[in-house]
Structure formats: C-alpha cells, structure tokens
Design a protein around this ligand. Structure first.
Ligand SMILES: Cc1ncc(C[n+]2csc(CCOP(=O)(O)OP(=O)(O)O)c2C)c(N)n1
Ligand code: SF4
Length: 251
C-alpha cells in the first residue's frame, strides 16, 4: 500500500534533539524559521548567528551554516558576515536578555545603519538560561529571582517595548511583533518571517520579528497555563502587529 507523507520535520532542522523544556515556545519558533528558509529556497545560502541564552546551542539545531556570537553581539557578527558575503542570507536568533539588555547597542546600531540582516527576537520576559532573573522586558509586578516582590516601575523602570523602539529608527525597514500561542498566530508568525527574509533577499534592508514566547520553568507555571499567561499578560503590554514597513512607505 502506498503511504503518503502529510507532515515531516523541516529540512531546515538537523537531527539533534532540541534542548528546550516542555512547553517552551523556542521550539515552535525554530520550526518556523527552518520552514521559512526552505519555503523560500534560501537554506543553502543562509548563515544564522546563535546568541547566548537557552538558544545558544541552536548552531546544532538549524541545518544551515551557523556562527556563535558572544552575549549581545550577534548583530555585530551578522553585520561582518553580511558585508563580506552580501549574497548570503544572515539572521540572528536572540532572547530578550541577549538583545534588550547587554546587546541593545548592537541591535540599535545595526538597525540604524540599515544592515540588510534579519533579527529573530524571542521575548519571554525573563532570563531563561541563567535561572529566571529580571530582563528589561519583565512585566510590572512579575516576580523573578531578582525582583522577588514583583517588578516595580519606581526602582526598575517600565518594561522595554523593543519593537516600538526599533520602529523609530530610520534605518529599519520592517518590524513586526507576533505570537505563537495558537495555530492561527503560528501561521501569522510564519508570514511575518517570510516577509522579513524576502525583504532581506531583495536587499531592502533591516528587519526584526519579535516573538512573544513562554518560559514555563522560570515563570513557575505549567506549559498550558504559560500560554494563557502570555496571552493574558504579555500581549496586552506588547501588542501584536506591524510596527514598521518601509516597503509600503514610511509609517
Ligand atoms: C558576558 C556575559 N554576561 C552574562 C552571561 C550570562 N548569561 C547567559 S544567558 C543570559 C541571559 C539569557 O536570557 P535571554 O536572552 O532572555 O534568553 P533565554 O534563555 O530566556 O532564551 C545571561 C545573562 C554570559 N553568558 N555572558
Ligand atoms: S528555561 Fe525557559 S526559555 Fe529556557 S528552555 Fe526552559 S522554558 Fe525555554
């Protein structure tokens, strides 16, 4: 009897087992990046830049060429690779601790210079890998190991809205915030990635897709409730949508 394959793992992912905790949405985001590169036929000439955080080992997970960067420096490494090899597709994969804290300067200046790269920015409102410290994106009132009474605006400032900030930078071409909490939003997130990589392929400049993501382990809630927590708490503060699209004129 002939069998028909209706679903298979993307060729953009290797055979390594992902190292993420149950309920962590890093895995879904990896799948979308991999599928998008395959769908656009870009995989063979893509170089990804791993950062520091739970996704640090993803140089093993993606099947394209990969390079590891020091904490926060992925956009600088991506800049170097892209300038030397402008026909390669270059993306960084960065958490909110990596991008919005130690690496905020590199991200801003890469956008400001209009580097023709794509940033995949994974915002889970916490430092996951190091055990749940407060990130710039931690929500007000959110308890972390370094904000044990909950984040307080008076002493720790308001959570940083990175997409809104990056959209103000004249050199940035495309900025969108997406979520992967249900199939409809997963499909939308994939469209956003497609748009970003297509912009880069057409040499139209800097793009960043911010993903609302979960960290059940450090949030201290189970995987199902983590998805609900992200919808109920993160999306109201970090609204989804396109923040900048220069391909249809300045906004
Ligand atoms: C120079 C330097 N400072 C600090 C660290 C410790 N460190 C490792 S991962 C990390 C934060 C990771 O958080 P995030 O980027 O949000 O990624 P997640 O693990 O949540 O996916 C920090 C501070 C480091 N590795 N290098
Ligand atoms: S610690 Fe958090 S971000 Fe890291 S893999 Fe586990 S759930 Fe994901």
């Amino acid at each position: 009897m002939n069998s028909k394959v209706i679903y298979e793992k993307s060729k953009g992912l290797s055979d390594f087992h992902l190292s993420y905790c149950p309920g962590c949405t890093h895995g879904i985001i990896h799948k979308l990046v991999a599928e998008t590169l395959v769908d656009l036929d870009l995989l063979e000439r893509t170089v990804g830049i791993s950062s520091v955080g739970c996704s640090a080992l993803n140089y093993d997970f993606f099947s394209c060429d990969m390079q590891q960067a020091a904490h926060g420096r992925a956009p600088a490494v991506a800049t170097g690779i892209k300038r030397v090899r402008p026909d390669n597709i270059v993306f960084t994969y960065q958490g909110d601790g990596d991008l919005a804290s130690i690496g905020i300067a590199e991200a801003i200046h890469a956008a400001h210079r209009g580097e023709n790269i794509t940033i995949v920015f994974v915002n889970n409102a916490i430092y996951g890998m190091t055990g749940g410290q407060m990130a710039p994106t931690t929500l007000l009132g959110q308890k972390t190991t370094t904000s044990q009474d909950g984040r307080d605006a008076a002493s720790q400032g308001l959570p940083l809205r990175v997409s809104e900030m990056m959209a103000q930078i004249p050199g940035a071409t495309y900025i969108e915030r997406v979520s992967v909490h249900d199939p409809k939003h997963v499909n939308k997130a994939k469209k956003a990635l497609k748009k970003a990589f297509d912009i880069q392929n057409k040499k139209l400049g800097f793009s960043m897709i911010e993903f609302i993501s979960t960290c059940p382990v450090n949030w201290g809630i189970n995987p199902k409730d983590s998805v609900d927590w992200a919808v109920d708490n993160m999306i109201p503060y970090y609204p989804l949508g396109v923040y900048k699209d220069k391909t249809v004129g300045e906004k």
